[in-house]
Design a protein around this ligand. Structure first.
Ligand code: DC
Length: 221
């Protein structure tokens, strides 16, 4: 209710959230906020310090000592900075995924990052993707989408797209989704008022067109 529109997209890893959100944000001229990147930055910080990323006391003690910033470059692309250093590429390393999932289960980490996410939505039209955007971060979002795809469809896409990804990476993703869904703090789940979109049987272009039509219908843009 601040003059800006917010669109929340939640769902498991590998459902296609980020590519679809990026496409939609370009079409609408909204800012795309990838909240997973913020958790990844905290995960990377803990990993670099050699901390056990499941140790809540150690990770909480680290938070006041680090600086995490989200900046947008001239192309409107989100970059993550850890203590002033651009870590946008490093946070994508496979071993950082599980570190991010581990630290994201901690209430102290979630509280630390909440305001940064909300601030973006107060000052811009945003499409924000994550796990708890519709339920916790932006409960008043104008539109909430819960994006899923069957495990079989996600595995099939990985086989086709990500030649470099190993069976281990596949297993890690399943493990991470299980962890993100079963945790006590802001678990991955659909908001009651979310529109559920299952992309198992449709391709990227069809999924993008479907989301675009939902936005048009719900927001009139
Ligand atoms: O979207 P991603 O795979 O980059 O996210 C990395 C991890 O961050 C994911 O395993 C769970 C966590 N996460 C979260 O808890 N809440 C969010 N809104 C976004 C990500």
């Amino acid at each position: 209710m601040n003059g800006f529109n917010s669109i929340a997209i939640d769902g498991p890893a590998g459902a296609g959230k980020s590519s679809l959100a990026r496409r939609l944000s370009k079409e609408l001229g909204y800012i795309y906020v990838d909240t997973g990147a913020i958790y990844r930055s905290v995960g990377l910080a803990a990993h670099r310090r050699g901390l056990d990323t499941k140790n809540e006391i150690a990770v909480s003690a680290m938070l006041p000592e680090i600086s995490i910033e989200m900046r947008y470059n001239d192309e409107g692309e989100q970059r993550m900075f850890l203590d002033g250093e651009d870590v946008s590429a490093e946070i994508r390393m496979p071993e950082i995924s599980i570190c991010a999932s581990n630290v994201s289960a901690m209430p102290a980490v979630r509280a630390y990052l909440l305001e940064m996410q909300r601030r973006m939505a107060r000052t811009h039209n945003v499409i924000m993707d994550g796990r708890d955007i519709g339920t916790v971060v932006l409960p008043d979002a104008e539109l909430k989408i819960f994006l899923t795809a069957s495990a079989a469809a996600r595995a099939q896409r990985r086989l086709l797209e990500l030649q470099g990804k190993s069976v281990k990476a596949d297993y890690d993703e399943v493990l991470r989704d299980k962890q993100d869904t079963s945790r006590a703090a802001a678990p991955l789940k659909a908001a009651e008022d979310a529109v559920r979109v299952d992309t198992s049987d449709i391709d990227f272009e069809q999924s993008a067109a479907l989301l675009r039509s939902i936005v048009r219908e719900r927001l009139g843009v």
